[in-house]
Design a protein around this ligand. Sequence first.
Ligand code: TYM
Length: 362
Amino acid sequence: MTSSQKQIMLSALTPSNRITIGNYIGAIKNWEKMSRDYDCLFFVVDLHALTERRDPTHQQELSRRALASYIACGLDPQNVTIFFQSHVPAHAELSWILTCHSYMGELSRMTQFKDKSQKHGESIPAGLFSYPVLMAADILLYQTDLVPVGIDQKQHIELARDLAIRMNGLYNPNRASKSKLDAALKQAGDTKSDPQTVKIAGDLFKLPDAWIPEVGAKIMSLQDPTKKMSKSDPDPKAAVYIDDSDKEIEKKVKSAVTDSGSEIRGTADQPGVLNLLTIQQSLTGKSLDELVQSYAGKMYGHLKAETADMLVEKIRPIREETERLVRDGIYLQQVMQQGAEKARARADATLNQVKDALGLIR
Ligand code: TYM
């Protein structure tokens, strides 16, 4: 299949800290696995990272390392488009246009906004509020079919869908009257599905779908397995990062919080044990039952030691390759420039259609 016949897959990560195994298992690993079957765009959302204040030199380091890690995790820049969000101005432009079509109510309902805004007291950055709109722009600019993410991003992708439906409804003249819509649906060969979700001639945006992995959509904190593993957890023992040393990985996994029992069942009442089993499931492809059976009669110590070994083996080559790529600045520079060029051309095509539809003079 040529890339123009393939469906479009897109995803991204915020360079707000080092990348965790949650990001790897819930997202990047799946991007890599599916990348040959789709026309793919993967980027580092450095504009989203600005919702938190950070030292600029440190920010550059985080952004560069994130890009290098994409490649170290197996994404091939020859095969997929890799770039920085801030290198494609259309993201910020479409974000403003979509902001003008978003409602305060729907943005206030975003659970991530509710969680993240809590720590800011009276001075909540407006960027946190409009964060999901920029994310919708990221997705809609490329006429994306599929967005592989962890479960925490599902609500944001639903918003992107809602905004696409709203914009198509407002600005596609073929949706303006029942008779025009019926004719357009007939032409699209789909008169049965919900007309809002069928792509017809004149639509500005394709409706994206989230792709959430069956295993590992929410890897939990090693220190509080009822909470998501997060890049920004202040407790350094809560997350394994994909550039941790072998020793750090071992130490963190061995000190993971589990319950006080000893039998390994992998049931919901053992969230810490279940989390380690989930990590193993994702890394080995084995089923939960199979893993639980293999631990019959064994202690939590075995589970921790083997999970640590698996992670060490998985992470070591990623860490080493990331380091190599970061040192070879010229190659990364080439990847980001070529990626941005390809992305800009595609994003501008959509943005120009949107500008025309809204009456902006070009
Ligand atoms: P971010 O940087 O928080 O996370 C990147 C990806 O990792 C997934 N993830 C997890 N998966 C499983 N277990 C966890 N503990 C875990 N933590 C994070 C996230 O679901 C995500 O897939 N808003 C996005 C970035 C973004 C984006 C986009 C994504 C901006 N524009 C367009 C897709 C499409 C974010 O902050 O992800």
